[in-house]
Design a binder for this molecule. Structure first.
Ligand code: NDP
Ligand code: 8X3
Length: 281
């Protein structure tokens, strides 16, 4: 094994001391879109435990209020909620522009709001479902980024975490538009990181496989028994697994950029291959 000379050893020690520190999120403003449910709500809880200040956004104000009080109980330094539909570009910009001054400097953006609608062949799919997915998962993600990232560049600090999906890596039958929207997130994520090169702002994409949240209920327009079947015979991830991963990525030392993380339960190899116990045995 190659030996380090004394000069290199000393230099390395200096680097380790200065740069290996975990990035603290205590007191930092963390903006989570889609915070009213699932991964967003669990991420709010995880950042609350780190003592962050949480800016929570979603359309359902009542659900946001529940997440806000849970986050305060778990140790969030403060919570501010904004009722927000990410599909409305003007509302997104206005919401960010009109934040109270103590919330205006967003340190970390968790660009999580998203959904799937329907599971059917592309050539018979519903236009309304396509619009909703693309408007939310692609255009909404972009609108939020466009409103938040300029401030990070001016202040010379920030971290954007985008929620992609394993479904953005391999398309599955009947899911082309959802999968395509998440493939778009990968390219937008990577393009943003390229455009931010030369600034200290970090950009990460987190790509989960199956996570049991309200996701499938939303996909099947409230059909809970059809939604439950998605996870039949297998153990899915839970929202807290994704929250834990997001907090890990954000708390790496400030010189480390985690570009992309793909995670699934051990019962899933990719978006096409899921191991299920045969319930008839
Ligand atoms: P949930 O349905 O539990 O949560 C989705 C969240 O997005 C809700 O808080 C919802 O809030 C919000 N949302 C949806 N549309 C809008 C909108 N137009 N404006 C603002 N907020 C919106 O699903 P998950 O927690 O599972 O999903 C979170 C993200 O994770 C999504 O981007 C999803 O694609 C991604 N993902 C999920 C996986 C899974 O298997 N569950 C796997 C891989 C990725 P409200 O309705 O109150 O507006
Ligand atoms: C969500 C995972 O496989 O249900 O992105 O589409 S899947």
């Amino acid at each position: 094994m190659a030996r380090l000379n004394p000069v290199h050893k000393t230099a390395l020690k200096g680097i380790q001391k200065e740069t290996m520190a975990r990035t603290s999120v205590k007191g930092k403003v963390v903006f989570i879109t889609g915070a009213s449910s699932g991964i967003g709500a669990a991420t709010a809880a995880a950042f609350a435990e780190e003592g962050a200040r949480l800016l929570l956004g979603a359309r359902r104000a009542g659900r946001l209020a529940q997440v806000a009080s849970m986050a305060l109980e778990k140790g969030a330094e403060a919570v501010h909620s904004v009722q927000l539909d990410v599909r409305n570009r003007h509302a997104v910009q206005r919401t960010i522009d009109e934040l109270p001054s103590e919330w205006a400097e967003i340190d970390i953006l968790i660009n999580n709001a998203g959904l799937s609608r329907g599971l059917e062949k592309l050539y018979t799919g519903r236009y309304e479902d396509w619009d909703e997915m693309i408007d939310t998962n692609v255009k909404g993600l972009l609108y939020v980024m466009r409103a938040v990232v300029p401030g990070m560049v001016v202040r010379g600090s920030g971290h954007v975490v985008n929620l992609g999906s394993m479904a953005g890596e391999v398309a599955y039958p009947n899911g082309a538009v959802y999968c395509g929207s998440k493939a778009a997130v990968h390219f937008i994520n990577d393009g943003l990181r390229e455009d931010l090169l030369g600034t200290p702002v970090r950009v990460t994409c987190v790509d989960p496989g199956l996570v049991e949240t309200e996701f499938s209920q939303v996909r099947f327009h409230g059909d809970t028994s059809r939604a439950a079947k998605v996870y039949n015979g297998m153990t899915p991830l839970i929202a807290e697994d994704i929250a834990d991963t997001i907090v890990w990525a954000v708390t790496r030392p400030s010189h480390v950029n985690i570009a992309r993380i793909t995670l699934s339960s051990v019962d899933q190899a990719n978006s096409l291959l899921v191991h299920r116990e045969d319930s008839s045995k």
